[in-house]
Design a protein around this ligand. Structure first.
Ligand code: PLP
Length: 221
């Protein structure tokens, strides 16, 4: 592999700018989350040096092991948890992450409601929607989304910022992005976490405010 993560980041930035222009959106309306899971500090440091300040990880333990020194040297960095969260790790997650994209069940809401106020931290929460209704995938089924979002607010007192989805790998992503955007709109949610390396430009056309891009920046895992 000749191109490194800094070239990958530049290429992704260029494609985001193009997709925003095509969709007549401000570049500032899309946050790029550089997904650094499985990569070590030696791969992440050049991306930090290039100015990227929002990163995604899918495991609490992995993030805890590698990010503290990087955050100390780059304190203006935001970390987003994009993978599943066990309720018993909610406290650790809230201490480390600025956003959690995988709110997907009431027991997790309960755990977050318990630890968030005492943490004194503002953590942006996204409800994960299982748009493809895939049994092996986390997330709330589309038909249960409105009731779940209402429960987050009314029963658990959580502020939900937006929705997240991961379309099935073998399907066109556009209908899944459209469905997620529609559920967000009717629930008054402004943020949409959707789009990965293979489909972030499409996601931007459908209103993504957060794109989660790993391999297009860091290379294959
Ligand atoms: C790994 C991962 C990504 C990034 O995937 P790429 O295809 O490498 O861009 C995005 N979202 C989630 C939830 C992931 O686990």
């Amino acid at each position: 592999m000749s191109a490194g993560p800094v070239q990958g980041l530049a290429a992704v930035e260029q494609e985001i700018a193009r997709a925003c222009q095509e969709a007549r959106r401000d570049r500032d309306s899309v946050t790029l989350i550089a997904v650094s899971k499985t990569f070590e500090a030696d791969a992440i440091l050049p991306v930090l040096a290039a100015g990227q300040r929002v990163f995604g990880e899918n495991r609490v333990q992995e993030a805890k092991a590698k990010w503290p020194p990087l955050l100390e040297s780059h304190p203006d960095t935001a970390l987003h948890l994009i993978g599943p969260l066990q309720s018993n790790k909610a406290k650790e997650a809230v201490a480390l992450f600025d956003a959690i994209h995988s709110v997907d069940r009431e027991s997790l809401c309960e755990a977050l409601a318990k630890v968030l106020p005492a943490s004194g931290r503002a953590v942006e929460l996204f409800v994960q929607i299982n748009t493809g209704e895939e049994p092996q995938k986390a997330g709330i089924a589309p038909q249960d989304a409105d009731a779940f979002i209402a429960a987050c607010r009314d029963r658990f007192g959580l502020t939900i910022a937006g929705l997240m989805c991961i379309p099935p790998v073998d399907e066109a992503p556009a209908p899944h992005f459209a469905l997620t955007a529609k559920i967000a709109k009717r629930n008054g949610l402004a943020k949409l976490s959707m789009g990965m390396s293979s489909d972030f430009a499409t996601a931007i056309a459908f209103g993504a405010t957060h794109v989660r891009v790993g391999s297009a920046i860091f290379g294959h895992r």
